[in-house]
Design a protein around this ligand. Structure first.
Ligand code: ADP
Length: 191
């Protein structure tokens, strides 16, 4: 199973991605987590990424694409994967298409978590109290929502046109949302 998780910042993507990946026995690959790990280790990639992340901007496509290409080449991603937070731009969609085509693979599903944007800002402000993430200030949070609307929301139409889109209501208890996602995916894996 090869799937993508999309949704605005704060929609609960990361939490749900972990649950679903575990269920399917595939790695959850979060570009945000990989960037943060690199920032933590002070690698050149981390130093480059941090400037953008702290401003609530996307890391340049070339940097992100190369990182994902390397990650998807790891043996654990061969039978399947769940991409959390990638692709986020049309250029990344094309790049991923190329990577998959090169290995004769294709996507099975794109899950989009939908949540009201004011609810999201409130969630993120709450998370900011404990996360220690330097991109969790109100100004940066609002900016990240705008960047999502401008650059990533258009991808929803692309994947809908391909018949891959599963839109899931992201509002409610974590377990409730997990159930909705797994039910939607169940239809896909049965064909
Ligand atoms: P959130 O869902 O709250 O935006 P993430 O952990 O997914 O958080 O991402 C944190 C930051 O990492 C993003 O704001 C962006 O700077 C960077 N990032 C993550 N994924 C990508 C991507 N696919 N393309 C460009 N930048 C990305």
């Amino acid at each position: 199973m090869r799937m993508i998780f999309m949704g605005p910042p704060g929609a609960g993507k990361g939490t749900q991605a972990a649950v679903v990946a575990e269920k399917y026995g595939i790695p959850a690959i979060s570009t945000g987590d990989i960037f943060r790990a690199n920032v933590g280790e002070g690698t050149p990639l981390g130093l480059e990424a941090k400037r953008y992340m702290d401003a609530g901007e996307y890391v340049p496509d070339s940097v992100t694409n190369n990182m994902v290409r390397d990650r998807l080449a790891q043996p654990d991603a061969e039978p399947g994967f769940l991409l959390d937070g990638y692709p986020r731009t049309l250029a990344q969609v094309e790049e991923l298409d190329g990577m998959l085509a090169a290995s004769g693979a294709s996507l099975d599903a794109v899950v989009v978590l939908t949540v009201d944007s004011e609810e999201l800002v409130q969630r993120l402000l709450k998370r900011a109290e404990t996360s220690g993430r330097s991109d969790d200030t109100e100004e940066v949070i609002r900016h990240r929502q705008d960047v999502y609307t401008e650059q990533t929301a258009p991808l929803i139409d692309v994947y809908r046109d391909r018949g891959l889109l599963l839109e899931v209501d992201g509002l409610g208890e974590v377990t409730e949302v997990s159930e909705r996602i797994l039910t939607a995916l169940d239809g896909v894996s049965r064909g």
